[in-house]
Write a protein that binds this ligand. Structure first.
Ligand code: SAM
Length: 248
């Protein structure tokens, strides 16, 4: 997979050199390019913003640098931008569709994704119209709150998407039982010692009885999800519950 990120703070994305995503880049599983939007400006002050038409607080990102940066990325795309499949452009925005694990799985299948990090009051809306000529454009939010810029949202999305690329997480089994993989939150996890500061690991986990352990974990998933995220339980297909679940 190739990922391109455009930002006025490219240093923000340095964290993507670390840990599993950094390793995936070094191993060639993920090509990640970070572009400084100011490299696509045309004046000596490298201006990327201006006052909003219609008045109001704050500044708006100018369209010209964005057009130049996105045009370059589109022409370098491993996908033929003029062909039936366009590369995807994610525009982080609190006014976008909310990012979730299902979207992460879907995006992990893409060959080329770009991210346009807004700042100030956001990017001139015409940039999104322009970008549709070259990209499948998707405004995406990482939650119902407002950040100062798109970089933190990109860090979250690239990590969530990147870890689903085959080979990035060493043991693919660990992706299967995670929170949100089956619509439930994950069960609690424990490691050694079995007794610590007066707190004990649930006995069933020491029993070696795999059937009982599976049942215990499933019950914990159901209880935890009902307590912390009742909205998720409501969304579950009733057919996914088994006879034992109904007793929980
Ligand atoms: N005026 C915009 C609004 O009310 O929708 C908010 C602009 S925000 C201060 C600046 C930038 O931060 C946005 O263009 C976007 O890139 C990013 N951003 C802020 N909150 C976000 C969120 N919840 N999800 C994704 N990106 C976000």
């Amino acid at each position: 997979m190739r990922i391109d990120v455009v930002s006025i703070f490219p240093e923000y994305l340095a964290a993507l050199d670390l840990s599993l995503i950094g390793k995936a880049r070094r191993e060639g599983l993920l090509e990640l390019n970070v572009h400084d939007l100011r490299d696509y400006t045309f004046d000596k002050h490298r201006t990327v913003d201006d006052t909003p038409y219609g008045g109001g607080a704050g500044m708006v990102m100018k369209p010209e640098p964005w057009a130049a940066a996105l045009r370059r990325i589109a022409t370098e795309s491993p996908l033929d931008a003029a062909g039936p499949v366009k590369p995807t452009l994610i525009v982080p925005s609190p006014a976008g569709a909310v990012f979730d694990q299902a979207m992460a799985y879907e995006l992990a299948e893409h060959e080329h994704i770009s991210f346009a990090c807004g700042r100030y009051e956001g990017i001139d809306e015409r940039v999104l119209e322009f970008a549709q000529e070259h990209f499948d454009v998707r405004p995406v939010s990482i939650g119902d709150y407002v950040l100062n810029g798109g970089e933190v949202a990109v860090l979250a999305m690239v990590e969530a998407i990147g870890r689903l690329i085959p080979g990035v997480v060493g043991n693919p089994e660990s992706l299967v039982e995670e929170s949100h993989s089956d619509g439930l939150l994950e069960y609690p996890v424990y490691t050694k010692p079995a007794e610590w500061e007066g707190h004990e690991v649930p006995e069933v986990l020491l029993s070696g009885n795999h059937g009982k352990i599976t049942r215990f974990r499933r019950n914990e998933q159901l209880k935890r999800t009902a307590e912390r995220r009742p909205d998720l339980i409501v969304k579950l297909d009733p057919a996914t519950f088994n006879r034992h679940d109904r007793d929980t």
